[in-house]
Design a protein around this ligand. Structure first.
Ligand SMILES: [Fe+2]
Ligand SMILES: [Fe+2]
Length: 297
């Protein structure tokens, strides 16, 4: 049986479950040449997803000129990768709506998650090698970014006093950092998050990189590069002040993976310009996401 912070997951009252429609969509979209009809069929099962798909296809972000009125046209315009991102954002957003949070806000949390998701998609273009492999996996990276810190949401809903301890330590501005505070609590959000994801039957290709997103060098096998890219994206997201706790969390940058990106060779000035650009692009994407997904709280 899976645990969350030593508590059996089945004992956590009203723990969210993954909606059947999301599982169905993730399965269908795993296959890159799935017929459009099949996607349209699943989307049409849910009025909210249908409406958002149409809205997205008609949004200025996609340079809409001709008005789109059918789901089939919308899916054709957006492509499967965008549909997947949209569905995942909506359903995961919705899945946690009923949690009552104590120290965190849903908005703050999703801002960090969506920013990390967006940044991971952007930085893949700066990889020194393996570019094509990881570009093909962009929507997987989006999902990794979205879910990597999910354990904090559950921790704040069920054991808020632990989150308070973390926040207090950060407020005291202790240089020992977030992970050391967690170690003292016997809680490691990356590992607990991976346990949750496995409990929700999310595949290992997502759960394993999340488990190692702060210790990517310890991840062996197929998913180590994914864990490394995610860890760099997470570090950048914090560096650009999109952090979960609303202040710069002291997390370590993994230099082994950092060196795999072209920007590791930028001069200080080039790097500053790069951050500025990336920050404004991320802010634009966050605004756009907020208009599509409701981040009400
Ligand atoms: Fe994290
Ligand atoms: Fe994070």
């Amino acid at each position: 049986m899976s645990n969350f912070y030593n508590i059996p997951l089945d004992d956590l009252k009203n723990i969210p479950s993954v909606p059947i429609i999301l599982r169905k969509l993730m399965k269908i979209l795993e296959n890159s040449d799935v017929p459009i009809d099949e996607i349209v069929q699943v989307i049409s099962l849910d009025p909210l997803l249908s409406a958002k798909t149409l809205a997205l296809a008609n949004s200025a972000y996609y340079g809409a000129s001709k008005r789109i009125v059918s789901i089939t046209q919308a899916v054709t315009r957006l492509g499967t990768s965008e549909i997947k991102k949209l569905a995942i954002s909506i359903y995961f957003g919705r899945m946690f709506e009923s949690l009552s949070l104590n120290n965190l806000t849903v908005k703050r949390f999703w801002t960090h998650s969506i920013a990390t998701a967006f940044i991971s998609n952007r930085i893949i273009n700066y990889l020194i090698d393996d570019l094509s492999v990881y570009t093909a996996e962009k929507d997987q990276f989006y999902l990794l970014g979205l879910l990597h810190d999910i354990a904090y949401l559950i921790l704040d809903a069920y054991l808020p006093e632990k989150v308070e301890i973390i926040i207090n330590a950060l407020e005291r501005n202790e240089k020992r950092g977030l992970l050391q505070t967690e170690q003292e609590l016997g809680f490691f959000h990356a590992r607990e998050g991976a346990n949750l994801l496995r409990f929700w039957e999310i595949p290992d290709s997502i759960a394993t990189p999340i488990e190692y997103h702060h210790t990517p060098s310890e991840c062996s096998g197929d998913f180590s590069m994914r864990a490394g890219i995610l860890s760099v994206a997470d570090w950048i997201s914090n560096h650009l002040e999109f952090s979960v706790f609303g202040r710069q969390e002291v997390i370590q940058r993994d230099n082994l993976f950092w060196k795999k990106f072209q920007f590791s060779k930028f001069s200080e000035e080039e790097l500053d310009n790069f951050w500025e650009d990336l920050k404004s692009q991320t802010l634009m994407f966050l605004l756009f996401s907020e208009s599509i997904i409701d981040l009400r709280r």
